[in-house]
Design a protein around this ligand. Structure first.
Ligand SMILES: Cc1cc2nc3c(=O)[nH]c(=O)nc-3n(C[C@H](O)[C@H](O)[C@H](O)COP(=O)(O)O)c2cc1C
Length: 328
């Protein structure tokens, strides 16, 4: 998820039982031009594997080049974005637009699959317009073009995130394609995951928003464990997330980036509403950490254990400008 799936999010997901995690979407044009921030998306830590890195773009040759870079960076799967509904992306012919341009979509998949050894997967929506069934037509063609698995989020691009994911369409989709399908959309509990798996025939489910500020739901989905954490557990996870993200993005970017996470972690009745508002107003991540430790003193011991268990991530895999690693 763009603006969410930073390294700390992915590592946390793996720690809580996700079988596979995925990067934010990475622009093939940004990689082509050596854009420093885009290259920063290719940092992969040892404990993230298996990991998919998702690329987006509309030019087959550029997408193939991006796929090679992603594979060289250590991705286990190269995922292609045919689902992004955001205008900035669709107006360039990328993202969900490709669901209505099957020929180009196939050329992209062919070029990417021909460029890398890693399996290539595609993430898609149902189509552009409400009620669209384009995925049923384009899905099998993408498989012929070389896609090893497909993830369907059965909302239209127009819907953005409104309404509900129509998993009866996922069931039809599973019948049409002979590769594993991952069902995505509104998976927020073990019961929901089980129901979608049972009624669609999908091989796996993908969890998006449900895991924002709530990695505990992953553990619940995977093994049925109690999902509601204590305040101390919430504070410790959030502090680890804040520290990891500040290390990854640098203090200046991280302090703004993290604000949306405070509500996600502290909501759900876990902390009083004004506490979140207080954190959002603080300027530095150190102040946020300090305030969280005051609110939940018992978090300090848990945090120490979490930090001790985290493998270090200084095993940089890319020859990138130092400023990326330094977070500046
Ligand atoms: C903030 C945000 C960013 C997202 N970014 C991406 C992205 O970069 N690539 C992608 O394939 N899907 C992206 N998605 C869509 C999710 O992967 C997922 O398909 C969608 O949110 C439905 O699943 P959910 O109900 O579990 O959240 C994004 C969703 C959100 C809310």
């Amino acid at each position: 998820m763009a603006g969410v799936s930073v390294q700390a999010f992915r590592r946390q997901g793996r720690r809580f039982g996700a079988g596979l995690v995925c990067s934010e979407m990475v622009s093939c044009a940004g990689l082509h031009h050596g854009n420093e921030r885009t290259l920063g998306y290719l940092r992969i830590a040892a404990d993230e594997h298996p990991l998919a890195v998702q690329i987006f773009g509309s030019e087959p040759a550029l997408m193939a080049e991006a796929a090679r870079m992603v594979e060289d960076a250590g991705a286990d799967i190269v995922d292609i974005n045919f689902g992004c509904p955001v205008r900035k992306v669709t107006k360039t012919g990328a993202g969900a637009t490709l669901l209505e341009d099957g020929d180009r979509a196939c050329r992209i998949v062919e070029a990417v699959a021909g460029a890398v050894q890693a399996p290539v997967s595609v993430k898609m929506r149902r189509g552009l317009e409400d009620g669209s069934r384009s995925c049923l037509e384009v899905g099998p063609r993408l498989v012929d073009a070389g896609a090893a698995s497909l993830t369907l989020h059965p909302r239209s691009a127009r819907q953005m995130y409104t309404g509900t994911a129509d998993h009866s369409l996922t069931a039809e989709f599973v019948d049409r394609v002979d590769v594993p399908v991952i069902a995505c959309g509104d998976i927020t509990s073990r019961a929901r995951a089980q129901a979608v798996l049972a009624t669609t025939g999908a091989e796996a489910v993908m969890v998006g928003r449900g895991a924002q500020g709530n990695p505990w739901v992953l553990r619940e989905i995977v093994d049925g464990a109690e999902a509601e954490p204590t305040r101390e557990e919430v504070a410790a996870e959030l502090i680890l997330f804040v520290r990891e993200t500040a290390r990854e993005l640098g203090e200046r970017r991280a302090s703004g980036f993290l604000k949306k996470f405070y509500g996600w972690y502290l909501g759900r009745g876990r902390f009083p509403r004004q506490f979140k508002q207080e954190l959002v107003r603080l300027e530095t991540t150190d102040e946020v950490v300090e305030r969280l430790l005051v609110a939940a003193p018992g978090a300090a011991g848990l945090l120490e254990r979490l930090e001790a268990e985290q493998p270090s991530v200084d095993d940089a895999l890319l020859e990138l400008p130092v400023s990326i690693y330094g977070g500046g």
